[in-house]
Design a binder for this molecule. Structure first.
Ligand code: SF4
Ligand code: SF4
Length: 425
């Protein structure tokens, strides 16, 4: 992340500029030691690297510019929040999840230590005045997924304009009805913020923008499983992290360009991996910007991540929103349908996720699955037992890794991952 010419902007946003420079330095080193060390990367990746580097600089400057034109910024923490509804009211959605270990101690000053690092990192950035998104947003949208998030929203809502969506934890008709109401209630709150009403043709247009983004990411998912594997899992993760930060039309165009380059690499037999690399699916918790730990460990231990059954993977783009309806009510209903299909581990029962994991593993022809669990994420951790059982039906072995954002356990994890990869046929 660049510090060029941005210090004045950060000062004006009220950030602790010195500490913020330390955060950027820390994240930069993490990036260079993982993503930056790879060889034979697609050329188009330069764009996505730059999205990450500019996430506290150029992107913030862009958002400030949008604000000066009257647009408001809406932050969110989970992929259940429908970005198209935010965009349809001329508001700008931005993901606020933290992937750096640097900010964790700042959250631990206030919150219990035994909650997930993603939550602590996100809150730590805000508490330590090193998150430039915190001061520019006009509204934050949380959801009732896991307990850590649910209770943290209560604390945040005392300080910032906050909207909480109640996510049902089952997927029956009554749950869809509740979720549909929640989508409508979010839409009403956003209408108040934007001081305008949703217009069906604008909503449809924004749904198309998001659907095109999803289609481009689906194309990428199909290409990354080809032989020879044309792109690393780490690079695909960088693309996914950029997806949650970048302007969607520009982003989609760049993903299509990347896909064109990958098709060419496949034709020419260009791959960042040797033929011996073991094809792996990562399943479980998301790896948000600043966190490249598990993909880097797998791919520097002889594996190639070809599928991500995570929210920084397939869950973000697998389903499109139906655009048949011509009125706001019908389109919001289609959005509710689409978003309830995301298979987060907070659902019970969650057989759809088990089926999805099996079919993704088969489609990707993976030799093994690494279940990536962030420490204290009880739902993914416990559900790992059922995922392991489901994969066993297809004779696909899995390894469960429970870890945080720190570097302390990397040597031990590497030993476990190497041993797991060696057992794969
Ligand atoms: S894992 Fe669950 S709570 Fe986390 S971003 Fe995904 S859907 Fe949201
Ligand atoms: S990784 Fe798990 S515990 Fe952490 S925020 Fe997501 S669902 Fe909650």
């Amino acid at each position: 992340m660049s510090v060029n010419n941005y210090e004045k902007m950060w000062q004006e946003l009220g950030l602790d500029v010195n500490l913020h420079n330390e955060v950027l330095d820390y994240i930069n080193k993490g990036f260079q030691n993982t993503v930056g060390k790879q060889k034979n990367r697609p050329k188009t990746m330069e764009y996505f690297d730059n999205v990450l580097h500019e996430s506290h600089g150029g992107r913030i400057a862009e958002l400030i510019e949008e604000k000066s034109k009257g647009k408001k910024i809406v932050g969110f923490f989970c992929i259940y929040v429908p970005e198209e509804v935010i965009m349809a009211l001329d508001l700008v959605p931005i993901a606020l999840c933290g992937g750096t270990n640097f900010s964790v101690p700042y959250a631990e000053k206030m919150l219990p230590r035994d909650i997930c690092p993603l939550v602590k990192s996100t809150l730590g950035l805000a508490f330590s005045k090193t998150c430039p998104y915190a001061p520019i947003k006009s509204l934050a949208v949380g959801e009732t997924t896991c307990d850590a998030k649910k209770k943290v929203w209560d604390i945040l809502a005392q300080k910032v304009n906050f909207h909480i969506m109640e996510l049902p934890q089952k997927k029956n008709a009554i749950d869809l009805h509740l979720w549909d109401n929640e989508i409508h209630s979010l839409a009403e709150n956003l209408e108040r913020l934007a001081e305008r009403k949703l217009n069906p043709s604008v909503l449809k247009e924004k749904i198309e923008i998001m659907n095109n983004k999803r289609k481009a990411l689906q194309r990428l998912a199909k290409l990354r499983i080809k032989e020879p594997i044309p792109i690393s899992g780490l690079d695909t993760l960088v693309v996914m992290q950029a997806a949650l930060n970048d302007e969607p039309v520009r982003f989609t165009k760049k993903v299509e360009e990347l896909c064109d380059e990958l098709e060419d690499r496949i034709k020419k037999g260009i791959s960042p991996f040797s033929d011996k690399a073991k094809r792996i699916m990562v399943s479980g918790c998301p790896s948000v910007m600043g966190n490249w730990k598990i993909h880097s460990l797998i791919e520097t231990s002889g594996g190639a991540v070809v599928v991500d059954e995570t929210c920084t993977g397939v869950k973000y783009f697998k389903d499109l929103v139906d655009t048949k309806a011509n009125d706001v009510d019908g389109l919001l209903g289609a959005i509710a349908d689409r978003y309830l299909k995301i298979n987060c581990s907070c659902f019970t029962p969650n057989n759809d996720r088990l089926d999805m994991a099996r079919s993704l593993a088969k489609e990707g022809n993976v030799k093994g699955v690494v279940q990536y669990i962030l420490q204290y994420c009880h739902t993914y951790n416990i559900e790992a037992i059922r995922i392991e059982g489901a994969l066993k039906q297809d004779n696909i072995p899995s390894l469960k890794i429970v870890t945080d954002y720190s570097e302390e356990d990397t040597a031990q994890l590497r030993t476990r991952i190497e041993a797991f990869l060696e057992t794969l046929k």
